[in-house]
Write a protein that binds this ligand. Structure first.
Ligand code: M6R
Length: 598
């Protein structure tokens, strides 16, 4: 992961620090900057969150017109100052996002040539290599090109070289990089959202195009490529994002869902989905990671139930190494909030190499996944900053629901009356969601009790198994409570052995066609004295008699939209549990928002 940024403009340090703030969602193990001032590079780094770096800079103020910065998610080497970027060696300082797979081999070679290394990172070989080639002698561009020619793996780099007349070099292979030209300067970053108000026109470089940025121009200056850069206008992701009145981005994003769903339910995007010829499809394969994968699992049920289309769902990191069979008339859908998840991107490239028709369902429409797929549908969630995904999940589900209805229309698997009812359910959805959110205080009560346990089992049935999985993922991500989810029918096949007074079970039990079956599973839990928590229909509690802090009553919800509503109490439960335990919900330990490494 990691976020990189570079600025060539007046007060570059200020712009880099602001940009790093917007990139912190990519990692916050350490941060650092290098400034090129009077042909000399100064590097300042700090362990932990960006505030630590700002604190150091307030004691040691420095500025210049050319600056690179980095916020780290540790892969190779612990999260400490030595391993923090930029890595400076001799005349060169480098920020890197990605992984250099052959770094051990390169390091060995460089050590034989007399180089000494400080860090345990893979990245440190890059400034060493560039230095080595500069001494040949070579020009800056030649040395960088020669060095990247040695690298195997993925990278987006920002490079400063002593005495380079305030030039900043940027190049990438496989990792995201955006270049921007503003009226006051030139910028590079891991994503467009990191760019400040001065940016506007942006350019996405191809792999291994070496870009030189300085105060007069931005040029593509590699030996092999000499082309004019065409910038595109993009104001969309540049606007600042704030928490507003909320205590965290995650809380804001949970409560934003009502308005987003209202917008999605009135906008007639359904026409957009008619470009897919669902009627002739033999199969849909949906590929994603994490929360996006659980959205895919819900979508499978909808496509099968309403359109009778065979759907397979796969985890991207499994799909890409499994040599899966791609059949004729198969649509492969890639779901990703960020559009930059390395495993999902690699799976997309694999599917394309097998001539599959590919569709991206993304939030970031300028992302790599969006740009590389044959078709792209946007989920319209707006920037999601909280590392735990919430609003992107419900928007992914909303778009899948609309796609499933379009598929149902084309295949005519259900009758028109049912189709109309399903569409009406979707219009009601945000209003029912609003009712659930208005009762957030009841979930807070439940969270206060639940967060005292160290482990918890989540149960659901049918399509709600995926919601139980999503609920468990949310809870463990931000509260660090160990949570696992099962299809309730699986309980008796193993996990029931875990049940005792210390192993609470949370069941999603709304009113639907499986309620009675679920009731038997709930009784099995009660018989083992496991503390029970239920998010469900009031009729369930008539049989169980749970207290107010153990039972959250769901309003009446049409069955088709149950997954989109019932995830809301799960999100709130995770949020309030983590808050009660005093955790940082927006920046949970060890995680990053955009997983751009394998
Ligand atoms: O950006 P993507 O949707 O591709 O991200 C996939 C996962 O990394 C992501 O959903 C992750 O599981 C979140 N932290 C979940 O809250």
């Amino acid at each position: 992961m990691c976020g990189i940024i570079g600025v060539v403009a007046k007060s570059a340090v200020k712009s880099v620090l602001e940009g790093l703030g917007r990139l912190e969602y990519r990692g916050y193990d350490s941060s650092g900057i290098s400034i090129l001032s009077n042909n000399k590079i100064h590097t300042i780094k700090a362990e932990g969150k960006l505030t630590n770096l700002k604190h150091r800079l307030s004691r040691q103020p420095i500025d210049g017109d050319c600056c690179i910065g980095h916020t780290r998610w540790a892969t190779h080497g612990r999260a400490n100052v030595t391993n923090a970027h930029p890595h400076q060696y001799g005349q060169v300082s480098v920020v890197h996002n990605g992984i250099i797979e052959n770094y051990l081999h390169l390091k060995q070679q460089l050590m034989q040539w007399g180089h000494h290394f400080n860090s345990s990172t893979d990245s440190e070989v890059i400034p060493h290599l560039i230095n080595h080639y500069l001494a040949q002698p070579m020009t800056h561009e030649e040395a960088i090109e020669k060095a990247i020619g040695q690298l195997k793996g993925s990278y987006a780099l920002g490079v400063l070289i002593n005495g380079a007349n305030n030039n900043l070099y940027a190049v990438k292979q496989g990792s995201p990089l955006v270049i921007s030209q503003g009226s006051h300067g030139a910028y590079m970053a891991s994503d467009a959202m990191a760019l400040g108000a001065d940016s506007g026109k942006i350019y996405y470089p191809e792999d291994n195009e070496l870009i030189t940025l300085n105060s007069n121009e931005i040029k593509c200056c590699s030996r092999s490529i000499n082309k004019k850069i065409h910038f595109i206008n993009n104001k969309k992701y540049v606007k600042a994002v704030s928490k507003g009145e909320h205590s965290s981005f995650m809380e804001k994003e949970i409560f934003e869902q009502v308005d987003l769903l209202k917008r999605l339910s009135v906008n007639n995007h359904t026409n957009e989905y008619s470009i897919i010829n669902f009627k002739d499809l033999n199969k849909i394969t949906i590929i994603a990671c994490g929360t996006s994968y659980y959205a895919a699992s819900v979508a499978k049920t909808w496509f099968e139930q309403y359109a009778n289309i065979l759907v397979e769902v796969d985890i991207a990191s499994e799909y890409r190494y499994r040599s899966p069979v791609v059949i004729d008339n198969e649509l492969t859908i890639f779901v990703s909030q960020s559009g930059e998840t390395a495993d999902t991107l690699a799976a997309l490239r694999y599917a394309k190499s097998k001539k599959a028709q590919t569709l991206a369902l993304v939030n970031a429409v300028n992302s790599s996944i969006a740009r590389e797929a044959n078709f792209t549908f946007e989920i319209y969630a707006g920037p999601e900053i909280g590392v735990a995904s919430t609003k992107a999940f419900s928007c992914q589900l909303a778009i899948f629901y609309k796609m499933a209805l379009e598929a149902a229309k084309q295949t005519a698997f259900i009758d028109k009356q049912e189709l109309t009812q399903l569409a009406l359910n979707f219009v009601q959805l945000p209003y029912i969601m609003e009712k659930v959110l208005q009762r957030c205080a009841d979930i807070k009560l439940m969270a206060k009790k639940l967060c005292k346990y160290s482990n918890i089992l989540f149960l659901g049935r049918g399509v709600l198994t995926a919601i139980a999985q999503e609920g468990a993922l949310k809870l463990k991500e931000i509260s660090y409570i160990h949570a696992e989810a099962y299809a309730a029918g699986e309980l008796k096949h193993g996990p029931i052995a875990l049940l005792d007074e210390q192993m609470p079970v949370l069941v999603i039990a709304p009113k639907n066609s499986l309620t009675e079956k679920l009731l038997s599973n709930i009784k099995e839990v009660q018989a083992r004295n496991a503390p029970l928590f239920i998010i469900g229909d009031h009729s369930i509690n008539e049989h169980i008699n749970l207290r107010d802090d153990e039972f959250f009553e769901l309003p009446a919800i049409p069955e088709s939209i149950l997954p989109i509503i019932s995830v809301i109490p799960m999100q709130l439960l995770a949020l309030y549990s983590a808050q009660t335990l005093g955790k940082n919900v927006d920046q949970p330990r060890n995680l990053a928002k955009s997983v751009t490494v394998e």
